[in-house]
Design a binder for this molecule. Structure first.
Ligand code: HPA
Length: 272
């Protein structure tokens, strides 16, 4: 993924959206599509039309970039994302994030659907991501480094911005929404985990598990964007409940989306 390709994609977006370019972008995970419907005055671009973009294939991911407003505040909403389990090259998983950077986005809000490793954070609840474990075996930053984008060895000791996470917590408290906090571990998928893997992940310090988000966070930190994240808990992880299905991910994702939408609205209003 080179600098020029990213710039070319950003130029295409700027041509389609001549207005002000938002400084905040949000990536919506599985079951969180309704957030995009809440966008006002949006320029809507399909990922398939964006040069260089990998196309998502999973059900529940529409694959659209919406540049508009949420509660009157400028924001870019990324509806759907590319996943490692779809077979994309690792570096492709950072293309959308780098395009946002090239557009001048400074703050990236990452959301996802995740399984909970903690009984008290059940399906339908929300968890702020305080840190992550990259257990996916892939890294989008592998390859020749382009110093125009970021350093060879980026520091990720504060991958998830503490101040913004604090703002998110304050917004949740104001709204009376329970916001758990925890460490997100990324597994590559596409299978859900085994109960033994979940026990191992718990020992490692993970609180939630999913198949996305970490590549975007790494790419965003590499180029200096601030990152904040929320998992919508769609199920208790393998071995903690019955069978796991994508249908359930969609169903509980929709339930969590109601609170997540309120939370993100308040968050954007506060920081925009
Ligand atoms: N594991 C991995 N990814 C997920 C899960 C899970 O339990 N739930 C939603 N996405």
């Amino acid at each position: 993924m080179n600098f020029e390709q990213v710039q070319e994609c950003a130029a295409f977006v700027r041509e389609k959206h001549q207005g002000e370019m938002p400084k905040i972008a949000m990536v919506l995970g599985s079951g969180l599509n309704s957030m995009a419907d809440a966008m006002e005055n949006a320029t809507i671009l399909s990922y398939e039309d964006l040069p260089g973009f990998p196309e998502p294939t999973v059900e529940g991911h529409a694959g659209r970039m919406l540049i508009g407003e949420l509660g009157g505040k400028p924001v870019i909403c990324m509806q759907g994302r590319a996943h490692a389990y779809e077979g994309h090259e690792p570096e492709k998983l950072g293309f959308a994030t780098r395009t946002l950077w090239a557009l001048g986005v400074e703050t990236l809000v990452l959301t996802n659907a995740a399984g909970s490793l903690r009984e008290e954070a059940g399906p339908g609840s929300l968890m702020a991501i305080t840190d992550h474990i990259n257990f996916s075996g892939i890294n989008p930053l592998v390859g020749v480094n382009d110093d125009r984008i970021g350093p060879r060895f980026p520091d990720v000791s504060e991958a998830w911005n503490k101040e913004l996470t604090g703002t998110l917590k304050a917004c949740a408290a104001d709204l009376g929404i329970v916001l758990h906090e925890g460490v997100y571990i990324m597994a590559k998928g596409p299978n859900f985990e085994t109960p033994a893997e979940i026990r191992a992940f718990r020992t490692m310090g993970a609180d939630a598990v999913g198949m996305s988000t970490v590549p975007e966070c790494l790419v965003a930190r590499h180029c200096g964007m601030k990152v904040v994240g929320v998992s919508s808990i769609t199920n208790l992880a393998a071995g903690m409940q019955g069978e796991l299905t994508h249908h359930e991910t969609m169903e509980y994702g929709a339930i969590a989306a109601v609170n997540l939408e309120k939370l993100l609205r308040a968050f954007v209003a506060k920081i925009a």
